[in-house]
Design a protein. Structure first.
Length: 221
């Protein structure tokens, strides 16, 4: 646990949840100790009054730091970066920090909806219920987004510069499942190199490159 806090951080959410993985990844990057409370999915608990008191929306992730409860994955990422990170994760310059914010917001509002639509329509849907045209539309949208990332990486190794930062986490979390869900997908060269660099990070290996077969669509879905 980081010496700056006298309390144990508590994270609520199942490890296979996409938005929870973003937070787990950053917690490991910052080398922060925490209690992990498994909530949601097969663990249930989202409707429990105690959990609703932490997040009135009844969704994960939730981070509790002392008396503060923070919900929404990107709000949690920014809080952790500001509270416990160094300049790599929370630059003092508002202009530099805005680069991180731009990529985080773009990932959440543009890339993630298309990626999640692809993941749900293909991987989480039983085969006999899949809509091939909808899957192809979602895949083409993801391909456009990764081509944009590829073009942006022409002059730098990571999204916000030449070193890994908060900007890489939301978009980077999509890559493992995009490559491993069973579709014939490929990343452009520079985006593939960026992904390879992320794969070398222990925190990415531990928190993102993890099995997700429990999420596969079943015939009873």
């Amino acid at each position: 646990m980081n010496a700056e806090t006298d309390t144990v951080l508590k994270l609520y959410g199942r490890s296979t949840a996409f938005n929870v993985q973003k937070v787990l990844w950053l917690l490991d990057e910052l080398e922060l100790g925490f209690e992990h409370h498994l909530v949601g999915g097969r663990y249930g608990g989202l409707d429990d009054p105690a959990f609703i008191a932490l997040n009135p929306h009844g969704k994960v992730p939730v981070l509790k730091d002392g008396d503060i409860s923070i919900w929404e994955s990107h709000a949690i990422l920014r809080y952790l970066a500001a509270q416990y990170g160094d300049s790599r994760f929370w630059p003092l310059s508002p202009a530099e920090r805005s680069v991180h914010d731009r990529w985080m917001d773009w990932s959440q509002t543009t890339l993630q909806p298309d990626f999640m639509r692809l993941f749900w329509r293909f991987y989480r849907m039983p085969e006999h219920k899949r809509d091939t045209e909808e899957i192809q539309r979602a895949r083409r949208a993801c391909e456009r987004h990764y081509r944009l990332i590829d073009a942006e990486l022409e002059q730098r190794r990571y999204l916000a510069g030449d070193r890994f930062s908060l900007a890489d986490i939301p978009a980077g979390t999509t890559l493992y499942r995009y490559q491993k869900m069973g579709l014939d997908t490929a990343l452009p060269a520079r985006a593939a190199e960026w992904y390879a660099n992320l794969c070398q990070r222990p925190a990415f290996q531990n928190r993102v490159m993890t099995p997700f077969s429990e999420l596969r669509g079943r015939e009873s879905f």
